[in-house]
Design a protein around this ligand. Structure first.
Ligand SMILES: Cc1cc2nc3c(=O)[nH]c(=O)nc-3n(C[C@H](O)[C@H](O)[C@H](O)COP(=O)(O)OP(=O)(O)OC[C@H]3O[C@@H](n4cnc5c(N)ncnc54)[C@H](O)[C@@H]3O)c2cc1C
Length: 470
């Protein structure tokens, strides 16, 4: 029997297709290199087959077939990744898990939801709202991304200061190993039963297993937000304010601070006069709200920041918090609104508090060596440090020159990040884009450990080859 017929016969009816249009559509993500496909329609992409599984059993059968035939498997959620993790090469099997998008059960007594990995973020939140629950995972790409993609790419939402990044939400997981073995890790609030296998798959980017279902911890759904906002002449005092707010137990669920350039983009329409801005958001349900806001104002005065109208600044940001998704698509997608030769990208790093000022200075300097503009915001504070998110714009003579500049600029920024001691990615993951830097990131021993885990779980090397590992 033809191998593709054999594959189709093992799956739910209609799960496998070789339709060229469907294959092309499911072969890309939203990394700048992949977005350029719109302006270079001639570039060939020839995955072998697209599988849209109906169940964990379909995934298991597809993986068995792939291992038997030595076919590379590229798992994809909704393709919003920005590092090339879901980009499929010639001859691969694309496993499009977005076909498994159901919310399976909501356990109101425990406040957890059981969901298939392909469920879109906005659809999950819509299913939870009638229960008065939320995952609290609100990436800017919430309408473009899936639960499995969040877990596989180690994502963090915009309210991670309060609700936690994705690893804090994952209490149970179902995944399929390369040889088709199904692993069901029962939901538990925490477990000391050996190394945390749920967390092993957080950030695994389709290279260790295919996630098919998850049980996520939820929280009461805020019905409204209360905001505090502050301004300072520069970014530094607001970084310090974020640290003090975390250490002081103010308990804000949303913490964001913008440097001067990013403030201009975020708040120019409010007529903000200049300088840097920070906002702190609290769900209306938290007790002692006034006391928390007063404590913040005291801390802000201590770093020389002035109090702004929280409702105006916080409300404005909340209303426009996901606009960047459309802006990115307009600049990098088929419209190319800034014309050919103009590209935008981002790099989101993290470091200990002591290193945050140097990370800001050095990465900004590296970016401005090749970019026309670079902006930065702080958006995920922890007890030990924070993430800095840089956006930058390069202008080249043509598409190819711009792409070259983008790569050079990006690499200079990663080098600067590593020299200061930061991690090169806080929540976008690695994909193909950052894989060459994994040696510097993990050290020789760390890289060897990851290679051995990969070799043990995927001895034939069929799961997402070329991603994550150099
Ligand atoms: C405009 C924009 C804004 C963004 N904002 C944020 C943000 O605020 N926070 C954030 O964390 N990210 C953000 N992202 C990045 C992206 O949305 C996240 O990485 C998201 O988690 C990817 O989900 P996805 O379903 O689109 O995954 P995909 O892009 O399809 O895949 C991402 C990676 O995960 C793997 N994968 C996907 N599903 C599975 C599965 N079921 N099992 C195993 N491996 C799998 C893929 O192989 C790939 O390596 C943003 C992206 C864009 C374009």
């Amino acid at each position: 029997m033809d191998p593709l017929d054999s594959l189709a016969s093992r799956l739910s009816p209609g799960a496998a297709t070789t339709d060229p249009g469907s294959l092309a559509e499911a072969s890309w993500d939203m990394s700048p290199a992949a977005m350029l496909r719109w302006s270079r329609p001639g570039e060939p992409v020839r995955p072998l087959v697209l599988v849209r599984p109906a169940s964990t059993e379909d995934v298991s059968e597809a993986l068995r077939w792939a291992e038997e035939t030595g076919t590379p498997v590229v798992t994809r959620g909704l393709g919003s990744g920005v590092c090339g993790g879901a980009v499929a090469g010639t001859g691969s099997l694309v496993l499009d898990v977005s076909s498994m998008g159901s919310v399976l059960a909501v356990d109101d007594a425990s406040g957890v939801v059981e969901v298939q990995a392909g469920c879109r973020g906005t659809e999950l939140e819509a299913a939870l709202a009638p229960h008065g629950l939320t995952t609290g995972h609100y990436p800017q790409s919430i309408a473009l991304s899936s639960v499995g993609g969040w877990i596989a790419a180690a994502g963090a939402g915009q309210a991670s200061a309060g609700f936690g990044p994705v690893e804090d939400l994952v209490v149970g997981l179902t995944a399929v190993l390369a040889d088709g073995t199904v692993v069901r890790l029962r939901p538990a609030p925490r477990s000391a039963a050996g190394p945390n296998l749920r967390r092993l798959l957080v950030g695994s980017e389709g290279t260790l297993a295919v996630i098919t279902e998850a049980v996520l911890a939820c929280a009461p759904l805020p019905t409204a937000w209360s905001w505090s906002a502050f301004s300072a002449g520069s970014f530094g005092p607001l970084v310090d304010l974020a640290r003090q707010a975390v250490w002081g137990g103010v308990g804000a669920t949303i913490v964001r601070g913008w440097d001067e350039a990013d403030t201009a983009l975020a708040f120019a329409s409010l007529g903000h006069p200049g300088g840097a801005v920070a906002i702190f958001g609290f769900p209306d349900l938290v007790p002692g709200l006034e006391g928390r806001r007063e404590a913040l104002e005291g801390l802000a005065a201590g770093v020389g920041a002035s109090t702004l109208d929280g409702g105006t600044y916080g409300g404005h940001w909340w209303e426009h918090r996901n606009d960047v998704s459309e802006t990115y698509r307009l600049i990098m997608g088929p419209d190319r609104i800034f014309g050919p030769g103009v590209m935008v990208d981002s790099i989101e790093v993290a470091g200990l508090w002591r290193d945050v000022p140097a990370l800001y200075d050095r990465i900004r300097e590296a970016l401005l060596g090749g970019a026309e503009a670079a902006t930065c915001h702080l958006s995920h504070p922890y007890r030990s440090g924070a993430s800095l998110y840089f956006s930058f714009l390069v202008h080249g003579a043509d598409e190819y020159d711009a792409e070259h500049r983008l790569g050079e600029t990006w690499r200079a920024a990663v080098r600067a990040c590593h020299e200061v001691g930061g991690t090169m990615t806080h929540h976008h993951g690695v994909g193909t884009l950052k894989a060459p830097f994994m040696g510097e990131e993990l050290g020789a021993g760390g890289l060897e450990m990851l290679r051995r885990i990969k070799a043990a779980l995927d001895p034939a090397g069929v799961l997402n080859p070329g991603k994550l590992l150099p």
